[in-house]
Design a protein around this ligand. Structure first.
Ligand code: PMP
Length: 343
């Protein structure tokens, strides 16, 4: 932990101290009349989101004391830097090509990073990582399934790092619901240095609400709660998420449909002579290596279709990343790709 965080006295509100039921709330300088335009939003929300965590506990089997909720998992990423990394002294390890926010967050926090590229089959370079670790390495970020490549990182390799590295291993499972691989949330008791990130932005279809989750041992979660802004999850988000979490079965059906569409689109692209490679994906997107990626990207933009151009990213040369859409959207995409190559 950073020294200033060890010393930090967190913000506390009068309602943290008062645990009973009260009918007159005159402690927090809210507007007791409420808003004429939005009802029931005049009070500050529950800072520790007890009801949402209770429901997540029932869905994921992780105890409430091991759950942190953030304004997107991006907030959890930022808090990891602020909790554990002394700017100008400590460093973290990134394994590109991977999710871009780890590097941005490191830069915002003025924390150095070392990059150890994934191997050509997009797995961890364990020797390279072992060499890169020094006495000031605090965090290693591993994204599995990985963005932008879509594949899962071998579980055994992640466990090797968890066992051999003294610092914190962050396993970002933003896309875990699309994968057949089990989540690392069941391994929290075994690995005290494990932080698992998940989000409601992908499979749950709630990107606009901004709700990310971090799962870790209760000491780490307590540190996260000490640092976070007091009311980081707004009331509207808490209300809607509580309802949305009732829909596990429908969400699971849609995940199956996305996975089916992913396999269909991958197969259809693979047979095109201009497509060199489709990386097998455990996520809701595919990384496709093809001819003239930038020209195809521009052609699609002209047709009102936006994909992600990763063609200049190291180890993703010549690739576009395609998010799986609705069946109709995927069909249109495929039609336009064929039209680009065949006229
Ligand atoms: N992790 C990964 C790997 C992601 O791809 C994303 C979103 N693109 C995030 C985290 C951030 O998710 P959130 O919406 O929860 O901030």
């Amino acid at each position: 932990l950073r020294d200033n965080i060890k010393r930090l006295v967190p913000y506390s509100s009068a309602r943290d101290e008062f645990k009973g039921e009260a009918s007159i709330l005159l402690d927090a300088n809210e507007n007791a009349f409420g808003s004429p335009y939005a009802r029931n939003y005049n009070r500050y929300p529950d800072p520790l989101q007890h009801r949402v965590k209770e429901k997540l506990h029932r869905i994921k089997g992780v105890p409430v004391e091991n759950i942190f909720l953030g304004n997107g998992s991006d907030e959890a990423i930022d808090i990891l830097f602020r909790a554990f990394c002394e700017p100008g002294r400590d460093n973290v390890i990134l394994v590109p090509p991977t999710y871009g926010m780890y590097e941005v967050s490191a830069n915002i926090n003025n924390v150095a990073y070392k990059k150890v590229n994934l191997t050509i089959d997009y797995q961890l370079d364990l020797d390279g990582i072992a060499e890169a670790i020094d006495a000031h390495t605090k965090l290693i970020f591993i994204c599995s399934p990985n963005n932008p490549t879509g594949n899962s990182i071998r579980r055994q390799d992640i466990e090797t790092i968890l066992v051999n590295f003294d610092g914190i291993v962050v396993v970002d499972e933003a896309y875990i619901n699309f994968s057949k691989q089990p989540s690392f949330t069941t391994d929290l008791a075994e690995f005290p240095n494990l932080v698992v990130l998940q989000t409601l932005s992908k499979a749950w279809g709630l990107a606009a609400l901004r709700l990310g989750m971090a799962f870790a041992n209760k000491e780490i979660i307590a540190v996260f709660n000490k640092i976070k802004p007091p009311y980081n999850i707004n009331q509207a988000t808490q209300d809607i998420v509580l309802e949305a979490l009732e829909g596990v079965e429908i969400v699971n059906e849609w995940i199956k449909e996305v996975v089916g569409e992913r396999e269909k689109l991958s197969a259809a692209l693979q047979v095109l002579p201009q497509v060199t490679h489709v990386t097998p994906s455990d996520a809701n997107f595919i990384l496709v290596k093809l001819e003239e990626p930038r020209a195809l990207y521009n052609f699609l933009v002209d047709k009102g279709i936006i994909v992600r151009d990763r063609s200049k990213v190291e180890l993703c040369e010549g690739c576009l990343r395609l998010t799986i859409g609705t069946p109709a959207e995927n069909k249109t995409l495929l039609k336009e790709v064929k039209r680009f190559y065949n006229g």
